[in-house]
Design a protein around this ligand. Structure first.
Ligand code: ZN
Length: 250
């Protein structure tokens, strides 16, 4: 227990701490609570994260660009107690590395933040709380994203312009997929099957699709609209370029 409390004091997230010590997360939390009740400071250290918008904090624009992509794809902000907001990113539980990555992005944007995860069937919800999430994601508002306007502020556009690949990575790893397409062609009189990969991005918000196309243009990746809600990248060199920029979902 002492070792777990020491790690907690050092800022190790509860989840990692629990894994390291082979106990449940709630056990770690209970240990911290017990100490706090006795007036001991264990696990009470808060790194105060400084907001880059309303205070003079620094913005890691690369991490922010990707987190913005994830937020627009599958994120949600809820309001918690005492003016604190929770940023939740939902992702398929099969993408273990991506789910770790989301936690890292959150820590880079909210320095000292302690994201935690909750698993629901088929999905991992990664959450971190902060009073300043509405400053960083002014698109936060009531209702579904596709039922309201999603317009980036100038500083957000500048972050994406500086890091379009990061933004695309967030978008394509949340609401995109890389699929194998196959077509049959006649070759020397015999049918031959050709298989080739393509990326597609599906989102019900026209504004978010437009942002995706804008970032693809910035990164010089050719795209086309393939259905009312889907953007497709299928030219061979464009697929290769997007593979290089965003990597595969993992
Ligand atoms: Zn703020």
């Amino acid at each position: 227990m002492d070792s777990a409390l020491r790690m907690s004091d050092a800022g190790v997230p509860d989840r990692e701490n629990a894994l390291h010590h082979g106990v449940a997360i709630k056990t770690i939390r209970r240990w911290r609570r017990d100490y706090q009740r006795r007036g001991k400071p264990r696990g009470q250290l808060h790194c105060t994260a400084v907001c880059p918008l309303c205070e003079d904090g620094d913005l890691d624009a690369s991490a922010y660009g990707e987190l913005l992509g994830w937020y627009l794809g599958d994120g949600h902000i809820s309001s918690g107690r005492r003016g604190v907001f929770n940023l939740h990113i939902y992702n398929d539980d099969q993408y273990v590395l991506d789910n770790h990555r989301i936690q890292n992005l959150m820590r880079r944007v909210k320095i000292g933040g302690r994201p935690h995860t909750r698993v629901v069937p088929g999905c991992v919800i990664t959450t971190v709380s902060w009073k300043h999430w509405p400053c960083l994601f002014p698109q936060h508002g009531p209702g579904k994203k596709h039922e309201r306007a999603i317009v980036l502020e100038d500083w957000q556009r500048r972050a994406v312009e500086a890091h379009p690949a990061d933004f695309l990575r967030g978008l394509f790893h949340s609401d995109g997929c890389r699929v194998m397409n196959s077509t049959w062609r006649q070759v020397a009189g015999a049918p031959k099957c050709y298989r080739y990969p393509r990326w597609q991005f599906t989102n019900h918000s026209a504004d978010i699709r437009e942002l995706c196309c804008w970032a693809l243009d910035l990164a010089e990746v050719a795209w086309r609209q393939s259905s009312s809600v889907t953007i497709r990248v299928s030219r061979r060199e464009a697929v290769a370029r997007l593979d290089e920029l965003v990597g595969s979902k993992a």
